[in-house]
Write a protein that binds this ligand. Structure first.
Ligand SMILES: *Cc1c(COP(=O)(O)O)cnc(C)c1O
Length: 245
């Protein structure tokens, strides 16, 4: 391709993402209004997993500011190439903590004390404070990460006491909807339980403000139930080629 063709491609990609982002923002705004909420309370996190760095750059050019990845290696490579507010939205292993702390605005997937310890130790080494969310497996789906709802009180207290970490909220990924149900309606009770958990613990832990919940197929229910962050991939960037992700 010539330089001119590459630039034209990039412009088309930016325009396409900008138009999809505006569609997603409309969906967020309509859901917020139905729930009597201000749409500006909902941050849009663009999940760029599996998409190339060119798409990441185009997303920023299209006005998206918060970007998410679900794998640490991909996050490391892309965040080295492109500066943005990065979020780790996928599972984190203790041996990868070093590649994450200080690099991301927010870790969404803290779900066990051993991970709290590892993150806290690394934050102390770097002299930084790392914001984190606790991931809760509200649906107790064996295919998903997250602690059980019943474990939240202990994990919140444990993480809140860990030096170098600031627990700013909760995150969940609902189970896939069963046949004959829409994603939105299947996910709603999980979103509601997460909000109720956040509300219960907020008296003791006032920093617990954020609710990271809602993806491309269920963002309406999430926003209606109180999401402060939605994590959107396919509605912004099209379907992914790797089926499992
Ligand atoms: C991939 C992913 C998303 C985005 O999913 P879409 O359905 O493509 O919007 C959100 N959250 C997590 C944890 C993900 O892995």
């Amino acid at each position: 391709m010539t330089m001119e063709e590459t630039e034209a491609d990039d412009e088309a990609l930016v325009a396409d993402i900008a138009s999809r982002a505006s569609g997603v923002r409309d969906r967020v705004a309509r859901a917020a209004h139905r729930a009597g909420r201000d749409p500006s309370e909902v941050r849009l996190i663009a999940v760029t997993k599996t998409h190339p760095v060119a798409t990441v750059r185009a997303a920023l050019a299209a006005g998206l500011t918060d970007l998410g990845e679900n794998r640490v290696d991909e996050l490391r490579d892309k965040s080295e190439a492109v500066a943005a507010r990065w979020h780790l939205v996928g599972q984190l292993q203790r041996n990868k903590v070093r590649d994450v702390v200080g690099r991301v605005a927010l870790v969404h997937s803290v779900d066990r004390p051993a991970l709290v310890d590892a993150l806290s130790r690394r934050a102390a080494q770097l002299g930084v404070v790392q914001d984190v969310l606790l991931q809760v497996n509200v649906g107790e789906d064996p295919a998903k990460g997250g602690c059980r709802l019943a474990d939240v009180p202990v994990l919140v207290s444990y993480a809140a006491a860990a030096p170098g970490l600031r627990v700013v909220g909760l995150m969940t990924v609902p189970p896939l909807p069963g046949p004959g149900t829409t994603s939105d309606e299947a996910a709603r009770p999980h979103f509601r339980s997460l909000r109720e958990a956040r509300d219960r613990f907020r008296a003791e832990h006032p920093a617990l403000e954020e609710l990271s919940m809602g993806m491309s197929d269920d963002l309406e229910a999430a926003v209606e139930e109180g999401a402060t962050m939605v994590r959107i991939g396919s509605a912004l960037f099209g379907s992914r080629t790797e089926a499992a992700r």
